[in-house]
Write a protein that binds this ligand. Sequence first.
Ligand code: ATP
Ligand code: MG
Length: 240
Amino acid sequence: QAFQEENRVQDRLAMMGTLASGLAHEIRNPLGGIRAAAEMLQRELEGAEDQEYARIIVSEVDRLNQLITQLLDFAKPKKLKKTSVNINQILSELLILQHSAMQRRKIALRQEFDPSLPPVWGHEPSLKQAFLNLIKNALEAMEGGGTLRVATGYISDYRMQVGEGKPTPMAQVAIADTGAGIPEENLKSLFTPFFTTKPKGTGLGLMMTQRILKEHESQLRVASKVGEGTTFKVLLKLAL
Ligand SMILES: Nc1ncnc2c1ncn2[C@@H]1O[C@H](COP(=O)(O)OP(=O)(O)OP(=O)(O)O)[C@@H](O)[C@H]1O
Ligand SMILES: [Mg+2]
């Protein structure tokens, strides 16, 4: 029965992948046309203001194209190009964008960043996505308000569970909420595609986060207590 269940999930994922890449291709073609036309306008138009409108069309089309590339990546995972990434900066950017949502929900922010944290090794857009998913979950768990704690730090003697067990320095990011918490019986399902307890959830957030972190050879741990809150901890390799 477990096997059947697994198969169904695989089938659904495969179908979504096919749909996504088909759709992406169909959308890309007209976007190319729009972009070319807007670029032409940008050259032809006289007024600075009109040129600015045309420029906005071009840059928004570029943004859509990027989104579509991401969608295709999701359908057909490939190796992510890693660079040196400032994790404190990524997190502050994400938190600034959530500021008004947090005010609305009466959620306080405790931002505890280690300013001397060295850069980590990663693919910035994917890491942003992974942390955004965790932050959104934390906020969604605090319906009646609460505190979101986002902390970064340096762990000098972390031993990888696999391999030689040589001490490796790592960066740690903790995302902690004082929300509803996760019942014991749900903990094992968290990363299963389509597992959701939310009326409008898709249940893909944590699956994606886990997939991205796996690609970074990173570790993700969760601790939770019903009625008290949840903490997700991510360990990332440093860019050395
Ligand atoms: N911080 C958290 N506090 C309490 N429950 C959580 C937390 N993070 C995840 N969960 C539980 O795990 C489930 C799966 O999370 P996931 O992010 O994969 O999907 P979702 O949030 O339901 O939907 P989506 O992210 O696609 O909008 C959630 O529905 C929720 O029950
Ligand atoms: Mg989610």
